[in-house]
Design a protein. Structure first.
Lengths: 116, 112
């Protein structure tokens, strides 16, 4: 079955620690995204990648880092510099962003990160 | 403003129609989307409409688009308890790199 997976589902971190969230897709999608979801707020874009070995900052990139070494994988690292990291993190993928056409995003099940 | 705006909550009785409203910001947006999020899960695309259409119907779902007012609505007919979820409106902008901008989501409560 084609899809997008995230692990772990729940993650607990002590203050001052870095933590990496996994995102894998087997949909052969070029573009991948990381969003943060907080209660009462829309999805906020952290980083996105349009192609392997390339990624761009979204609206709230500070305190986060990503890599895109393989088409299938787009891990997100939440660093100790992120001041309020407790949130629900969603990864998504889609066909190429270029051209402005229909661009359905396929979402993973999310990772809930709690900083203790 | 910059945001896609939706009301945060809607409560309806089972069997009634639900109407979820959204205002978006970019008049050049080509596609408008409705996504559904079940508790503790990711979002799934429910339906979408191309900007040259006024209406799209898909079984119990009706999407209305008013481009002049930049207003999008989703009507769910005969709402069921299984429709309880968060519904996100999103616009695919043609400016600034074809980003998709999501609203805050409307939490729909369906009372039996």
């Amino acid at each position: 079955d084609g899809g997008i997976t995230q692990s772990p589902k729940y993650l607990f971190r002590k203050e001052g620690q870095n933590v990496t969230l996994s995102c894998e897709q087997n949909l052969n999608h070029d573009a991948m995204y990381w969003y943060r979801q907080d209660p009462g707020q829309g999805l906020r874009l952290i980083y996105y990648s349009q192609i392997v070995n390339d990624f761009q900052k979204g609206d709230i990139a500070e305190g986060y880092s990503v890599s895109r070494e393989k088409k299938e994988s787009f891990p997100l690292t939440v660093t100790s510099a992120q001041k309020n990291p407790t949130a629900f993190y969603l990864c998504a993928s889609s066909n190429s962003l270029a051209g402005g056409g229909h661009n359905e995003q396929f979402f993973g099940p999310g990772t809930r990160l709690t900083v203790l | 403003g910059e945001d896609v705006e939706q009301s945060l909550f809607l409560s309806v009785r089972e069997g009634d129609s639900s109407v979820i409203n959204c205002t978006y910001t970019d008049s050049s947006s080509t596609y408008l989307y409705w996504y559904k999020q079940e508790p503790g899960a990711g979002l799934q695309l429910l339906t979408y409409i191309f900007s040259n259409m006024d209406m799209k119907q898909d079984q119990r779902l009706t999407v209305l688009l008013n481009k002049k007012d930049k207003h999008l609505s989703l009507r769910i007919a005969d709402t069921q308890t299984g429709d309880s979820a968060i519904y996100f409106c999103a616009e695919r902008r043609n400016t600034g790199g074809f980003k998709t901008i999501f609203g805050a989501g409307t939490r729909l409560f369906v009372k039996a």
